[in-house]
Design a protein around this ligand. Sequence first.
Ligand code: XMP
Length: 513
Amino acid sequence: MERELVLVLDFGGQYNQLIARRVRECNVYCEVHPCTLPVDRIKQMRPKGIIFTGGPNSVYGEEAPRCPVEMFALGIPILGICYGSQLMAYMLGGSVSTAPVSEYGKTEVEVDTASRLFEGVTEKTVCWMSHTDYIETAPAEFVVTARTPVCPVAAMEFAKKNLYAVQFHPEVMHTQQGMQMLSNFVRNICGCKGDWKMDSFVETAIHQIREQVGDGKVLCALSGGVDSSVAAVLLSKAVGRQLTCVFVDHGLLRKNEGDEVEAVFGPKGQYDLNFVRVNAQERFYKKLAGVEEPEAKRKIIGEEFIRVFEEEAKKIGSVDFLVQGTIYPDVIESGLGKSAVIKSHHNVGGLPDCVDFKEIIEPLRLLFKDEVRKAGLELGIPKHLVFRQPFPGPGLGVRIVGEVTADKVRMVQDADAIYREELVRAGCDEGLGQYFAALTNMRSVGVMGDERTYDYAVALRAVVTSDFMTAEAAQIPFAVLSKVMNRVINEVKGVNRVLYDLTSKPPGTIEFE
Ligand code: XMP
């Protein structure tokens, strides 16, 4: 049976993968391709529908990406979004010009509910606008199906030819009924049944990996985090013992984490792969001795990680492929996609290129975090690994303010384990983006059992966040915090004070360094 496919043609917008993801949410397989994809190739792919994305250009610009006009005559339904809508108008004889006022943000749009695109949508609906140019007049055979006071053609269509265009972005959450519109397009207009599921992703990925790898050897740097775990299991299902996972325990992991990772992926675990655990704690502590500056610590940890990994790769020898658990937000944040660079990320490109790999395999490159988690569950990875909190690559190295020592690692590990245990016990962990204990560099005087103490202060952090770019301190009940304080001070030697961090991000960051 042929798999239903919707193609997203990328005209350089920020939300291209988000569109693909929304289509997948309609249970339809979706791929993003450059807008230069030749028409012949499109015909071969036999998509049920095509979506033109937004983009930063004006259709009149010299550099403006175009598509061949025959695209509109293929008989395949097309939905143009933002720039994509303007391009459709421009190429089919409408006019596009600079809007008298740029519309940006949530905007009330009046839609024609008789349109198949707006079936089930209310007549007035809030949509996300972000444009300077707009369609001034629709091409001759098109009818206008939505408008705002500023935008005379907020949507248009030529229903007989299945050509649809919207000036706003149905794919972003701020467009309140955007999912309904996309579902209308994919299901009703393109006629997709919607029988694609995450297990189909897993199956397809396994098949593609087998083709790519052949009988080559594959190496995976496994951190125990969600992304690298899912990538490793996918590879193990695809190529079994051709895969070796190298897990570097840098001594900066959470309490018992090394053993937990080994229990799942090691020889007693459930997967058929080669697993190498490198206990490099002492090596990292030595390198970090006397170093206080956060960036210097990060660099040392990153570099040492690469050295250890390289050494192991050389021991294994003639490895053809390196697996990376890169997921879509990493690609975008690092500017490896085509949209504007947001920040450089620590996971991507962090592994050595001096060990000779023929190719990098990034099977999760097009997935968002929650999709990776779904794939993880599909692959039978234990829930506690799949729903793990994010944990920074440099680990506790950035949760110990100042110099890192083995003793400080013990303190922060123990305090963190108590804090996590109590939050879960009290049922306060749900809805938290991240929560952990950090060790401050502050020592202060206390009294315990009539004795003077001069010990460290632990800081507890818990944040609510949806994207980790901004965050608010969570309101943990005082009684829970008090219990944690009591236990930490009684159970963790070297700590005599517990503080709760109220700082939001910005101005703070989530981690301490
Ligand atoms: P910040 O501290 O920048 O953290 O507010 C935002 C999110 O990123 C995680 N983080 C890292 N993740 N390598 C990573 O893989 C790193 O070096 C790193 N630093 C911060 C942090 O835990 C939070 O989820």
